[in-house]
Design a protein around this ligand. Structure first.
Ligand code: PLP
Length: 433
């Protein structure tokens, strides 16, 4: 759909890269063409890998959220992708933020009032709790008595939320291995909070990141209901339910429906109940694509050396981002990113007649763990200089990328084009010069 003004720079927030118009595909191709030009000019790092972030997609996800879960306020989980434009866009759209550290709190406080921040890490350093008191961030989670003692000492006015353990066995990242008070411990924890004169305002849970069983939400809401009743016994009247993260793009509608039904069933009278959530990957996973250059190849010396019937990779391709960079999601987030051809032999047109062959894709470092794809089908003509792209690269990627072996973290090109381009541009203007 590329048009003349697709490359037009439309928003500049001081200190940040520009945001362009145009579609994601346009900017992926644009990046490849720019790299070709820089290569011709012998520029250093001319062919570097890059992301394209489609901010319209984030906007679309917000509309989808409001349509399906109108009663639940999203507090975006900053840890998932603390991208400055994602944060600005969501702030402008009225979202709150779930922060896990002082660093994350410092990122969002210039954008929103502290009342729109929850410090959703049940095990915090005392200095972080003190700092959040100074910053006016009062909402925070806990799941143990030591945390209550720390909070009583340095932030006695905090609005506490007890994080409970729920069944996360059907999720990619089981957060319950580390966090969440088992139900049997809740009465004692609430008793201790009372004794320390602390204000507990509600309950939170997390069904596990990358949850593939929507029913987990139903069970978790039922447990939360029980904890609301335990709160009554301890002398509290809870007013906040935090249903956590774990929303997946493909199953979002199903999860939302289960969640709504469970809230209706277990909290039928909820005039005085505020419900929030901490979605992370739902908002950003599919908003970011990565383009990576084939920088090297190891292939059999002649075609005769390839066994045409073997399913094992006969060619190894090396690209300029890997598991120490954006593809850390393979190790930390249990993902299996799949490449597709962005450009082949200088062309964006890939003839369907090109035969495919089993290949493997590797990152640029000198470590053999740096494998992006152990086996995938790629065109037999793919060679050094061609480009691969990977979609679904927005969640838990850039934020955990390192510079191991001296490879820089891939940079982001931003676009506010497509269906909701105008709305995104208007929202971002709040923060533009
Ligand atoms: N809230 C908390 C406390 C988390 O630890 C996480 C992820 O680790 C999230 C929210 C975001 O989860 P997701 O990206 O699955 O929505």
């Amino acid at each position: 759909h590329a048009t003349e003004d697709d490359s037009e720079e439309v928003i500049v927030v001081p200190g940040l890269p520009p945001v362009y118009r145009g579609h994601r595909e346009f900017h992926l191709r644009q990046g490849v063409m720019k790299a070709a030009q820089l290569t011709a000019e012998c520029e250093p790092d001319a062919e570097k890998a890059f992301f394209v972030a489609d901010l319209s997609y984030v906007y679309k996800q917000h509309l989808r959220w409001k349509k399906n879960l109108p009663e639940i306020e999203p507090f975006y989980a900053v840890k998932c992708n603390p991208d400055p434009y994602v944060l600005r866009l969501l702030a402008a759209l009225g979202a709150g933020f779930d922060c896990a550290s002082n660093g994350e709190i410092n990122l969002v406080l210039p954008l929103v009032d502290p009342s729109r921040v929850i410090f959703a890490n049940p095990c915090k350093a005392t200095s972080f709790i003190r700092q959040s008191a100074r910053a006016g961030v009062d909402m925070m989670t806990f799941d143990n008595t030591d945390e209550l003692h720390k909070i009583a000492r340095v932030h006695p006015g905090a609005k506490l939320i007890i994080r409970i353990l729920t069944d996360d066995s059907k999720s990619l990242c089981r957060l319950g291995l580390k966090f969440g008070a088992p139900m049997v411990t809740v009465p004692a924890l609430l008793g201790k909070a009372r004794e320390l004169n602390l204000d507990v305002i509600g309950v939170s849970f997390h069904v596990g990141s990358g949850s593939y069983d929507s029913n987990a939400f139903s069970d978790a809401v039922m447990r939360a209901r029980m904890v609301f009743d335990m709160g009554k016994d301890a002398g509290y009247t809870f007013t906040l339910l935090d249903v956590g993260g774990g929303f997946e793009d493909p199953t979002f509608e199903a999860s939302a429906s289960v969640l709504k039904d469970a809230i209706e069933q277990y909290f039928p009278a909820r005039d005085n109940l505020r419900i929030i959530a901490e979605p992370g990957r739902y908002y950003v996973a599919q908003a970011f694509s990565l383009a990576a250059n084939v920088i090297a190849r190891r292939a059999p010396p002649t075609a005769e050396d390839v066994d045409p019937d073997s399913e094992n990779p006969s060619v190894m391709y090396y690209i300029n981002d890997g598991v120490y960079g954006a593809f850390n999601c393979i190790l930390f987030d249990h993902q299996s990113p799949q490449p597709y051809i962005l450009s082949l032999d200088g062309s964006f047109h890939v003839p369907s007649t090109v035969p495919l062959r089993p290949s493997s894709v590797w990152g640029p470092t000198c470590d053999s763990i740096d494998c992006v794809c152990s086996v995938t089908q790629l065109p037999s003509t793919l060679q050094v200089g061609d480009w691969l792209a990977f979609d679904n690269m927005g969640a838990y990627t850039i934020c955990a990328a390192s510079q191991f072996n001296g490879f820089q973290v891939s940079k982001v090109t931003y676009t506010a084009g497509g269906e909701f381009g105008r709305e995104v541009r208007e929202a971002l203007r709040t923060f533009a010069s």
